[in-house]
Design a protein around this ligand. Sequence first.
Ligand code: THU
Length: 160
Amino acid sequence: MEKKTIETKITIYTFDELTEAQQQLIDKAKEQVAKAYAPYSNFHVGAAVELENGEIFAGSNQENSAYPSGLCAERVAMFYANAQFPEVAVKTIAIVAHTNNRFLEEPITPCGSCRQVLLETESRFEKNITVLLYGTKHIYQIDNIKQLLPLCFEKGSLNS
Ligand code: THU
């Protein structure tokens, strides 16, 4: 028998410790929560994606009365970016959430489906995506999506 341990490296920052570019990306994500369509959960999520060419695309969660038809903010932003610049890698994604009249104190973490979509973009361009998970108390930085989705199923898995 063998045992294997998989580690996820998280760097924890306060907002003031971030670079200006990181702060700006989080601010873009924060602006988005006001644009979320979340009448069912009242949980407003914003995501901002920065591409390698400096372009920024942002999105919010879009809910639906047929619940599974809605989409998370991360996928709205990521698909938006990939649709506009299909040849350009994604550098960073910032994610924030707002509910009960305040931003979450602890960092919001993306759902499994969003992690899978983020992984596809990371693999597609063979370029790590930095993730910034915002909370008012602190911000988590994770250096690539693989760390958020260990033992993942990806393109290469189809040929193994
Ligand atoms: N949601 C996101 O947009 N991103 C996440 O990371 C977690 C959940 C949305 C989906 C749904 O509209 C609402 O938040 C409650 O789950």
